[in-house]
Design a protein around this ligand. Structure first.
Ligand SMILES: [Zn+2]
Ligand SMILES: [Zn+2]
Length: 318
């Protein structure tokens, strides 16, 4: 199939990874905290918190991308977060945590860190650039009383701080680190949401990839539609069940809520923008979103963001 985005993906090095999505809890927030402008009837986002297990059976390598919600926040970090709930660590799903070679934190937020202290010291923790020099997140609480992370995540294990400034490969205009040097799992520099935010690109077959977008967006409407993937004129067969819906144009049904419908860019402008609350660097955030749009337009890449409730009906989740 042709690739409308002209995205250049990394060459195949003979190695692929099987990726499992783990559904680690729910977060309910006013939509305006995450996306804008407000839309009538779309006031609350009740969203999952996914983490991902990558398994390369051939090489015997396993990696976690995020660990989900910090369950013990009331004892490990400061104030209560009643909007975050989760009953069980995703780590409880594994019979042997020692098989996990590395945990990669997409970034330092409470709904992504989980509890690395449950893993043996042989599991390393991978963090983003300048992580260890930021006193707001490192060292962790209680060693550093003002930290939002917890110190037992770091104790006794190798904490690897990524540095994208070396001559690294570039994927989709983003600087990348080939995690295991065999081309099946790349970490992509994708700051803006936070300074240490990253995405991951997993090769699931010789020519297909999963792009794990973490919090580069919190709703697919932040990166769809675009000129690369415009709203269609119609969807066949119709997704509507009403017997008279055969005459409904699905693309036209969404057009009235397109933010640019009056400016001639209807059907090609994302429905939402990122809320300022979700950005530490607006320019970097937008650059990451632009990269995400290009990945999303590729027929060889499936994009899944960490809080994407739209996939709950389609994927079998652990
Ligand atoms: Zn976040
Ligand atoms: Zn998040």
């Amino acid at each position: 199939m042709s690739n409308p985005s002209s995205l250049v993906l990394p060459p195949y090095k003979g190695s692929i990874v099987r990726v499992s999505a783990l559904d680690d809890g729910r977060i309910a927030l006013p939509a305006k905290f995450l996306i804008q402008p407000p839309m009538f009837g779309h006031d609350i986002l009740d969203i999952p918190a996914f983490c991902f297990l990558g398994e390369n059976d051939q090489a015997g390598k396993k990696v976690m991308f995020d660990l989900g919600i910090v369950k013990a926040w009331s004892t490990k970090i400061g104030p209560t977060r009643e909007s975050v709930r989760g009953e069980e660590h995703c780590s409880c799903l594994f019979s042997s945590l020692s098989s996990i070679k590395a945990i990669i934190w997409s970034h330092h937020h409470i709904d992504h860190r989980g509890d690395p202290s449950l893993f043996p010291s042989t599991t390393s923790l991978v963090v983003g650039p300048n992580f260890k020099s930021n006193p707001a997140i490192y060292p962790g609480y209680p060693n550093n009383p003002g930290s939002v992370t917890n110190q037992d995540a770091f104790n006794g294990r190798e904490v690897i701080e990524l540095d994208f400034s070396d001559s690294q490969p570039t994927v989709g205009n983003l600087r990348a680190v080939d995690c295991f040097q065999d081309g099946f799992f790349y970490i992509l520099e994708a700051s803006g949401h936070t300074h240490d935010h990253k995405m991951a690109l997993a090769r699931t077959s010789e020519d297909k990839f999963l792009l794990l977008g973490a919090d580069a967006a919190h709703h697919r409407g932040e990166f769809r539609p675009t000129p690369l993937i415009p709203l269609p004129d119609s969807i066949t067969p119709t997704p509507f069940e009403h017997p008279n819906s055969i005459s409904v144009c699905a693309g036209a049904a969404f057009e009235p809520i397109d933010r640019s419908s009056s400016s001639g860019a209807a059907r090609t402008t994302p429905f939402y923008e990122t809320s300022p609350i979700m950005m530490t660097d607006p320019n970097a955030c937008q650059e990451t979103l632009e990269a995400l749009k290009v990945f999303d337009a590729s027929p060889d890449v499936l994009v899944i963001i960490a809080h994407d409730y739209t996939v709950l009906d389609f994927f079998e989740l652990s």
